[in-house]
Design a protein around this ligand. Structure first.
Ligand code: ADP
Ligand code: MG
Length: 606
C-alpha cells in the first residue's frame, strides 16, 4: 500500500495531511496555503479554477463560482436543505434528470460529487507535489451528521478524483483521534465543531487507545455563513433605511457585502472593533454611494449571539444520548474556523464548565486525524481503534406510511440487524422494502435511501414465505442490504433503486471524461502556475520600481512599466500558456535591469 493521505473535505475549506516517518505533516498547496478554499469556478473562456484563485474571482464571476457545494452533496433538489441553499447562493441549482440537486455553471450541469472531485484532486495533487509520488489511497472525512446518501456521494467524489477512498470517517472522530494520539490523555471528550456550513458535537470516550463515540448531534444548517448572513442583513437594512436602495437585490453588491461581513467577523476575533468600508457599493440618483460602518466586537456579538446559543441545544442532546452530565466531560476540543470567535469559546466554556482546550489548530485537526487513521490502516500507528456510531436511525416503511426503526441512532458501527419479511398476497413473486434514515415517526419526514425488491420468491400462500433481510452499516457509515429466503435457504436477489446519487454508469462516464481531459488539465495546471508566478513578479517589480524610481534611468523605468502593462493585459484577458510565458520572460528581463540599478546604487553608497 502506498501512502494514505487524509483529506478534510470542508464546506468552506479543505485540508490534506499525511503520515511520514512517524510524523503527521499538513501540506501546503501550490499557493502556499495550508487550507484550500473548497471553491470551483469556470471563467468566461471556460477555464476551470479551483481553490484560492477561484475564491478570489468570486466577486466578478459569482454566477459561475460554486461555493459550499458540500451543502448539496447527496441531496434531492426538493429537500428543505436545498431549498434553503438555493436562496442564498449566487449560482444556479437545478434538478438532475433523477431529481438530485445539481449545479449549473456556464450552461453545463454538474453533480456535486463532480465539483467536489476537483477539490479532492487539488488536495491529491498537493500531496503528490510534496511527496514526489502518486497518492491514490485516501481517508476522507464527513460531518458526523451525514446520512447514507451524503456519504455515498462523497465516496463517489473520491472515485471521480481518482482516489481509492479506504475509509470515510466522521470529522469529530478524526479530531479526537488527532488530539488523543498526540496528547494521549484518557477520558470523555466533547468535540465542538463549528465550521462554515455545519455544526457538530460529538462525545467520545478514549481509553487505552480505543476511541469510542458515545453520541453525536448537530445541525447541518448552522455555520459561519449564517453568521455572515445576519450581518449582511443588518447592514443592508440600515442602507435601505438611509438610502432607499436594497443592496441584496444587486448580486455584485451582495457578494461584496458577504465578503466584507466575513472579513469583519474574522477581524473581530482578535480586534475589539473594525470598519466595514465598501466604496461605490451602488449608485443612486445623486451618483455613487458608499457603505462605511464601524462595528465593535460587543455589537457584533449581540447580533450573532442567537446562533451561538443555537449550538447548545445539540450539545444537550448529545449529553443526554450519552447519559452524561457536563461535569463528566474531561476535555473540550474546538474544531472549525468559527471557534476562533471569542464569544463561541466563552459560551462553550461556560456550558461545559471548563475552558476549551486550545492546543490543537482548529483548521487542521480533522485532516491530521484522517492522516492518523491512514497511518493506522498502513500499520504505522499502533494500538488505536475507532469505534464510531451511526448518526441517524435506519428503518423501513411499514403499513400506512409509518417509519419503523431497525438500527437506532448512536449504535456503534459496524452493525448488522435482521428482519423477516413476507408476502401480502398469494403467489406474490416479490416483496418491496423501502429503506429510510431519520428520526421522525412518518416516512414522509425522513430521508429515503433506497427501495429494494426481493425478487424470485417461489409461489406460496400469502404470509408463508420468510425472507430474512439483513441491514448492515459498514465502518464508513454506509448501508448495505442482503436477503435470504429462509424457505429455500437461497440468497434472494436485491434490486436497489437508490433514491439519489450517481449511477455506476454516470461515474464511469465522468471518470472517462476526466481521463480524456487529463492533457487539458495538465496544461491548465501549467497555465495556473505561470499566472501565479507572473502575479508574484508583477507585485515585487511594482514595489521595487516605486522604491528605486529615483536611481533608475528613465529608459529602464519605461521598459519595466511597459513589461508590467503587457503582463497585466495578458492576465486580464486570460490569454494562453504561450502568451503568459512570453509576458513573464519579458518582465523578468525588465526586472533584471531593476536589480542591476539597485545593486549599482548600493555599490555607489558603499
Ligand atoms: P468548514 O469545515 O465548513 O470547511 P472551516 O472550519 O474552515 O469550515 O471554517 C470556516 C468558517 O470559519 C468561515 O465561516 C470563516 O469565516 C470562519 N473563520 C475563519 N477564521 C475565523 C476567525 N479568525 N474568526 C471567526 N471566524 C473565522
Ligand atoms: Mg470542517
Amino acid at each position: 500500500m502506498g501512502r494514505v493521505i487524509g483529506i478534510d473535505l470542508g464546506t468552506t475549506n479543505s485540508c490534506v495531511a499525511v503520515f511520514v516517518d512517524g510524523e503527521i505533516l499538513v501540506l501546503a498547496n501550490s499557493e502556499g496555503g495550508r487550507t484550500t478554499p473548497s471553491v470551483v469556478a469556470f471563467t468566461e473562456s471556460g477555464e476551470r479554477l479551483v481553490g484560492q484563485i477561484a475564491k478570489r474571482q468570486a466577486i466578478t464571476n459569482w454566477e459561475h463560482t460554486a461555493v459550499a457545494v458540500k451543502r448539496l452533496i447527496g441531496q434531492r433538489f426538493d429537500a428543505p436543505a436545498v431549498v434553503d441553499t438555493r436562496s442564498h447562493v449566487s449560482y444556479e441549482i437545478v434538478p438532475s434528470p433523477t431529481g438530485d440537486a445539481w449545479i449549473r455553471l456556464r450552461g453545463r450541469d454538474y453533480s456535486p460529487p463532480e465539483i467536489s472531485a476537483w477539490v479532492l484532486k487539488k488536495m491529491k495533487q498537493t500531496a503528490e507535489d510534496y511527496l514526489g509520488e502518486e497518492c491514490n489511497d485516501a481517508i476522507v472525512t464527513v460531518p458526523a451528521h451525514f446520512n447514507d446518501a451524503q456519504r455515498q456521494a462523497t465516496k463517489d467524489a473520491g472515485r471521480i478524483a481518482g482516489l481509492n477512498v479506504l475509509r470515510i470517517i466522521n470529522e469529530p472522530t478524526a479530531a479526537a483521534l488527532a488530539y488523543g494520539t498526540s496528547h494521549g490523555r484518557d477520558g470523555l471528550y466533547a468535540v465542538y465543531d463549528l465550521g462554515g456550513g455545519t455544526f457538530d458535537i460529538t462525545l467520545l470516550q478514549m481509553s487505552d487507545g480505543v476511541f469510542e463515540v458515545r453520541s453525536t448531534s448537530g445541525d447541518t444548517f448552522l455555520g459561519g455563513e449564517d453568521f455572515d448572513r445576519l450581518l449582511v442583513d443588518m447592514l443592508s437594512k440600515e442602507f435601505l433605511e438611509a438610502k432607499g436602495i436594497e443592496l441584496r437585490e444587486d448580486r455584485m453588491a451582495l457578494q461584496r457585502l458577504k465578503e466584507a461581513a466575513e472579513k469583519a467577523k474574522q477581524e473581530l476575533s482578535s480586534a475589539t472593533g473594525t470598519e466595514i468600508n465598501l466604496p461605490f457599493i451602488t449608485s443612486g440618483p445623486q451618483g455613487p454611494l458608499h457603505l462605511i460602518r464601524s462595528i465593535s466586537r460587543s455589537e457584533y456579538e449581540g447580533i450573532v449571539e442567537e446562533l451561538v446559543e443555537k449550538t447548545l441545544g445539540p450539545c444537550r442532546d448529545a449529553l443526554k444520548a450519552a447519559g452524561a452530565k457536563t461535569n463528566d466531560i474531561d476535555e473540550v476540543i474546538l474544531v472549525g474556523g468559527m471557534t476562533r470567535m471569542p464569544l463561541v469559546q466563552a459560551r462553550v466554556g461556560e456550558f461545559f464548565g471548563r475552558a476549551p482546550n486550545r492546543e490543537v489548530n482548529p483548521d487542521e485537526v480533522v485532516a491530521i486525524g484522517a492522516a492518523t487513521q491512514g497511518g493506522v490502516m498502513r500499520g504505522e500507528v499502533a494500538d488505536v481503534l475507532l469505534l464510531d456510531v451511526t448518526p441517524l436511525t435506519l428503518g423501513v416503511e411499514t403499513q400506512g406510511g409509518i417509519f419503523t426503526p431497525l438500527i437506532p441512532r448512536n449504535s456503534t458501527i459496524p452493525i448488522t440487524v435482521s428482519e423477516i419479511f413476507t408476502t401480502a398476497v398469494d403467489n406474490q413473486p416479490f416483496v418491496e422494502v423501502h429503506v429510510l434514515q431519520g428520526e421522525r415517526a412518518l416516512v414522509r419526514d425522513n430521508v429515503s435511501l433506497a427501495r429494494f425488491q426481493l425478487t424470485g420468491i417461489a409461489p406460496a400462500p400469502r404470509g408463508l414465505p420468510q425472507i430474512d433481510v439483513s441491514f448492515h452499516i459498514d465502518p464508513n457509515g454506509l448501508v448495505e442490504v442482503t436477503a435470504r429466503d429462509l424457505g429455500t435457504g437461497r440468497e434472494t436477489a436485491v434490486q436497489v433503486n437508490a433514491a439519489s446519487g450517481l449511477s455506476e454508469a454516470d461515474i464511469y462516464r465522468i471518470v472517462e471524461e476526466a481521463d480524456a481531459r487529463r492533457i487539458d488539465d495538465e496544461s491548465q495546471r501549467e497555465l495556473v502556475e505561470l499566472r501565479n508566478k507572473a502575479e508574484g513578479l508583477m507585485y515585487t517589480s511594482e514595489r521595487s520600481l516605486q522604491e528605486y524610481a529615483s536611481v533608475l534611468p528613465a529608459s529602464d523605468q519605461e521598459a519595466v512599466l511597459s513589461a508590467l502593462a503587457y503582463c497585466r493585459q495578458v492576465l486580464d484577458q486570460h490569454m494562453g500558456v504561450e502568451e503568459v510565458r512570453g509576458a513573464l520572460s519579458a518582465l523578468e528581463d525588465a526586472a533584471y535591469r531593476l536589480a542591476d540599478a539597485m545593486y549599482a546604487n548600493l555599490g555607489g553608497q558603499g
